[in-house]
Write a protein that binds this ligand. Structure first.
Ligand code: NAI
Ligand code: A1CAB
Length: 268
């Protein structure tokens, strides 16, 4: 079994570490780096893993998972890139950053895999998209899948699709939470207690998501089954269309995709 290091164990790095431990990855095969000593202590106490300095991580781990913010990746790679021993796999979780960016900072021949996952990894329901970068072989992709499969679903996509994937499923949980928040407010407007409105919406979201996955039906068909002629639902749908909610989603995801491109451009 390989040793995995998470470089920059913040929110997403912790999600990955906790998922790997739940899946039975031995704690002594996991390493993390952290900038703040309090954060290192917290991770050590919470998960029983070793939090080490970056150079130790580079030397000890087989897989180096870069989980710092895209804006911090350049500094991390400038410091560590030249010290990376041969034969290590670099897995990037950084939104927007192309594998060519990593290749520029790493010794020739270093395999790089680009991954976009999402926070439902915390409940083993992540959607993880994996792309081969320079020098990544079938074996490297298989190893990356082995890391992420216990956390939910994995798919392979060409790297050219990763910015769109980031806009859709990487950021996607935020849109659903936003929707739940807005619908809870609507329940309050209609006079329901906040907790009741929240519980109604959360269970409705879960039920709808499970039906989408398990029925395999097109969402239009599922929506039509709820929408009775001259009933209540169609009145709500008319308002959603009048307020341009569909167009707002198209524009919002385009904006997220464009931000991923900007992050790449800014990192040089
Ligand atoms: N939060 C999310 O839902 C998702 C995040 N991502 C990507 O994951 C990466 C991390 O995102 P978050 O966890 O949300 O950010 P975060 O800010 O919570 O975590 C980054 C961590 O890296 C640490 N760090 C920065 N430079 C370091 C260095 N040189 N050495 C050691 N530690 C260092 C920071 O102190 C911080 O704790 C980003 O690149 C983001 O694009 C990808 C998919 C989803
Ligand atoms: O907002 C972000 O930049 C990160 C990437 C995808 C989800 N969160």
């Amino acid at each position: 079994m390989r040793t995995i290091a998470v470089l920059g164990a913040g929110k997403l790095g912790e999600v990955l570490l906790s998922g790997l431990l739940r899946a039975g990855w031995p704690a002594d095969r996991l390493l993390a780096t952290a900038r703040r000593p309090e954060r290192a202590k917290e991770l050590q106490e919470r998960y029983g893993i070793q939090v080490v300095d970056s150079v130790t991580a580079l030397q000890t781990a087989d897989v180096l998972t870069v989980a710092v913010k895209p804006q911090d990746a350049g500094a991390l790679l400038a410091e560590l890139g030249p010290k990376l021993p041969p034969g290590k796999l670099v897995v990037s979780l950084c939104a927007g950053l192309p594998t060519s960016f990593f290749a520029r900072h790493l010794p020739d021949g270093t395999p790089v895999v680009r991954v976009m996952t999402n926070t439902p990894a915390l409940v083993d329901e992540a959607m993880t998209a994996i792309s081969a970068g320079p020098h990544a072989t079938a074996e490297h992709l298989a190893l990356t899948e082995e890391m992420f499969r216990p956390l939910g679903r994995t798919i392979r996509v060409p790297e050219s699709q990763q910015d769109a994937v980031t806009a859709l499923s990487g950021s996607g949980p935020a849109y659903f939470y936003f929707l739940v928040e807005a619908m809870t407010d609507a329940g309050i407007l209609l006079g329901l207690p906040r907790q009741v409105a929240h519980d109604l919406i959360v269970q409705t979201a879960i039920g709808s998501a499970v039906m989408l996955r398990e029925s395999g039906e097109h969402p239009v068909k599922l929506r039509e089954a709820v929408t009775s002629p001259a009933g209540t639902t169609i009145n709500a749908i008319r308002e959603l269309e009048n307020h341009g909610v569909r167009a707002a989603f198209l524009a919002a995801l385009e904006a997220a995709r464009d931000r991923a491109r900007e992050l790449a451009a800014q990192s040089g």
